[in-house]
Ligand binder design. Structure first.
Ligand code: HEM
Length: 288
């Protein structure tokens, strides 16, 4: 007999389903990932087990995933490199040698890469170990699993414009993804164009360039202060006060989705930073 759920149970069930849905939906498939490099954590597990393998001690727990047009290549650093004479991973049903892309004899490490089709599934791997100790030769091979943590996936910013600078911000026109010294942030609104001027979020830029931002709810004035340099601005106005003197900016200040947007050149200049625009990537690098 099919029992009808009472409304309380039904709403509880709906809630649980919603949470499950949320928990699974934020893990993106590789085909959904934007091109670029990501950091990802990984673990070596014993064969057919969720227990950690001895191999975990011989790999760096942070790997890198390079995504291009829906394909992903993982690179991992192996420590105790000379002990691990062979390392294979399963690719299209067969065990294949990984590609060595870097090796460092002094640190006894090597970086290997291999294609990954699904970061949510463990990859079957095989290691061949050869260690000669006084009175003992350890010569064994084992099957293990490499398990990525999809929730640890973080985009790594890369831009020629930000290299070698002590403070750098990287934003993209019409894109909510932004980086401060390589660390990814999600903006509440993407930078946009207004009358051909680029508008950027004042708080993200200012705070990440070491300035203090305050909002006075009564006067509706946003104040940005750095090293006794004070900028005050009001929503809808192109008249901005800089250290008590009124200046006119290219485009009026705007509040979008709770964030104050200001003309890029103005804010960068005021905070002593330089702007580099890359038309190909539509990226805005703000460096100091
Ligand atoms: C001379 C040093 C070592 C000794 C004496 C040693 C000894 C052992 C022993 C007794 C086992 C259990 C075997 C069994 O009954 O299944 C084992 C398992 C294993 N060892 Fe070693 N081991 C050594 C070094 C290493 C190194 C350097 C690695 C990897 C880099 C390694 C990887 C493994 C793996 C993968 C297993 C299978 C279980 C697992 O995944 O953790 N061993 N080892």
């Amino acid at each position: 007999m099919i029992k009808k759920l009472n409304p309380i149970h039904a709403s509880l069930l709906a809630g649980v389903l919603c949470i499950l849905c949320f928990m699974t939906s934020h893990v993106k498939a590789i085909t959904q990932l934007a091109n670029g490099s990501y950091s990802i954590q990984l673990k070596a597990l014993k064969e057919n087990s969720s227990e950690e393998s001895r191999v975990q001690q011989s790999i760096e727990p942070n790997g890198e995933l390079k995504v291009k047009d829906g394909k992903a290549v993982a690179s991992i650093t192996m420590k105790d490199s000379s002990d691990i004479t062979h390392f294979k991973v399963e690719q299209q049903g067969a065990m294949r040698d990984v590609k060595v892309i870097e090796s460092n004899a002094e640190n006894n490490t090597r970086v290997v890469e291999f294609e990954v089709t699904d970061i949510t599934q463990p990859v079957k791997a095989w290691v061949d170990i050869y260690i000669e100790l006084p009175g003992l030769t350890y010569d064994q091979d084992y099957t293990i699993q490499l398990k990525f943590d999809p929730n640890s996936l973080r985009k790594i910013a890369s831009s020629a414009a930000t290299e070698g600078t002590s403070m750098n911000l990287l934003l993209y026109l019409f894109n909510k993804e932004a980086f401060s010294n390589g660390v990814a942030f999600q903006l509440s609104e993407a930078p946009y164009l207004k009358n051909d001027y680029t508008m950027v979020p004042a708080r993200f830029i200012s705070e990440n360039l070491g300035a203090q931002v305050t909002w006075d709810d009564q006067s509706k004035v946003v104040s940005i202060e750095r090293d006794h340099h004070m900028i005050q601005m009001k929503n809808g106005s192109s008249q901005v006060t800089v250290n008590g003197t009124v200046v006119t900016v290219d485009t009026a200040i705007e509040i979008k989705n709770g964030s104050t947007f200001v003309p890029l050149r103005f804010i960068a200049e005021q905070l002593g930073a330089e702007v580099k625009w890359d038309a190909n990537q539509k990226s805005i690098a703000i460096v100091r």
